[in-house]
Design a protein around this ligand. Sequence first.
Ligand SMILES: [Zn+2]
Ligand SMILES: [Zn+2]
Length: 449
Amino acid sequence: MSDPSVVPQGEPEATPAAPEVTPQDSQPAVADPQAGTGDQQHDPTVHDALQDAGIVRDPNEPQVIDTQNTRLDDGVNRCPRCGSTEIQLRPSTGMLVCLFCRHEWSEAQVESAISGDGNLSDLTGTIIASGATNIDPAVSGLITMKCSGCGSEVVVNTSKTMAMRCHWCRHVLTINEQVPNGAVPDAVLPFQITHEQAVQRIRDFAGKRMTFAHRRFVKEFTPENVVGVYLPYMVIDSNASADVWGKGEVLIRSYTRGSDENKQTYYDADVYQVQRHVDFTVDDLTIESSAERAHMNVLVNTNNIINTILPFDTKNAVQWNASYLIGFTSEKRDQDVSGVQPVLEDQLLSIARSRVEPSVTGYNRGVRWEHERLEVHGTRWVSMYLPVWLYSYYHEENGRGMVHYIAVNGRTGETMGSVPVSRGRLLAAALTAGTVIEGIVIAFLAVTA
Ligand SMILES: [Zn+2]
Ligand SMILES: [Zn+2]
């Protein structure tokens, strides 16, 4: 971008502007790392013929990878050592633990099963893991299971919980089958930060902000109320190309004219038409797949906050096992691939712009991009539950309600949040600062007078 500091006041354009030259970017100083690469257009007729012959897969037809955990069925999920159903996550190890015999184990990581050992730059078409396939609105969130302990029927509301205790025999029943209602993802990234550690992070975070915090918030602050929530995300691999066009400016010389009061500095610059092509891949881009998180007004804050505690080490996600959710809450995915696609394309374009930036540093007055084009060659979609500790606080002021959150990344401990501010306390602080500034100005006037 053009650096405003080199442009004199009232002199926004370089004078005299050199004619806009060079149809193709003719940048003198910097070698273009992308020059001559990447333009590998397929011959459409050859491609169609191959496709008709069944040799090339229709790229519009998504390919589905089955991620169903075949070891597990709906219902009783037993400890592999003693058969007990009292299983839950032990965050300090990130493993499942049997509360009866203390045996610890973990589901397999999904990364290799989904990505294989292929290179991302070879990724074509749309590949969707089975847990990320389209949600069928006709499928109810209520799932009835037959308890294999005692034979009773147990109903689980999957929009609220993924496990239920049979009230007759006390066995814990879990949902592991991938029902197309968005409730069962391909993978889960287990909590690794413990409740105790999360409470401490939230206490530290809020502690630094208590000076201006609303009095009621300070009084009611109980970080022990923090809850662990698995939030639904799409984790996406992409293979893409982008072209960007714009104008870059190189400073030729600067000089001054006039004298004394009327002295003015002029800058001469050459303006070039700049074009860049970049082929790039993106591994594990993480985008929320709950519309509520993305759009709901009151929670706009939350959405932003959750994004600031990214990234997660999604490579360590494991195959779905509902026992990872015992003791935690979760939110169901309600967005399909098509709903998340526009957000993905937006993010890919901004990644493309940042990738070409190092190759245009020779334009010392900056480059202004005017057109851009994105071509997505291939994407791979995995639905995933990511762990977040949340401390929420409902605050009402002048009849307007607002939910404030402090969120802790359940893997890295990264913490961000919003704390309701007392206008009175802020005003008091501003007035004090204002008084000081006023005092200085008065003193200054007194000296110059
Ligand atoms: Zn056991
Ligand atoms: Zn039972």
